[in-house]
Design a binder for this molecule. Structure first.
Ligand code: SF4
Length: 94
């Protein structure tokens, strides 16, 4: 991950454009706290790890976040006990 594109957690408000969530699988413990905080976008695989909800065929690591859900996504990322969930500016390329 390029740390320069991480969103400022205190500055990105409703005026910000679409964003994306990126999960660091090497850090994630799979307990699913983020899924409980952000059920609009996340679900769990059989082992408990978070996946993008309803995105069959797409990457499960980078999850597009609509402008309306940015604040919810930020709260979920900030609450991750393993610092494994990252809210990034812009949409996934490719
Ligand atoms: S809250 Fe963090 S550590 Fe827990 S399942 Fe979500 S991404 Fe993984």
């Amino acid at each position: 991950m390029n740390t320069t594109d991480a969103m400022n957690t205190t500055n990105a408000g409703a005026a910000a454009g679409p964003a994306r969530l990126w999960i660091d699988w090497t850090a994630c413990d799979g307990r699913g706290w983020c899924v409980e905080l952000l059920p609009e976008l996340l679900t769990r695989d059989p082992a408990g790890y978070p996946l993008a909800r309803g995105t069959t065929g797409q990457s499960t690591r980078k999850i597009t976040v609509s402008t309306e859900l940015i604040e919810h996504a930020r709260r979920a990322a900030d609450a991750c006990p393993r610092l494994a969930l990252h809210l990034l500016a812009g949409q996934e390329q490719g």
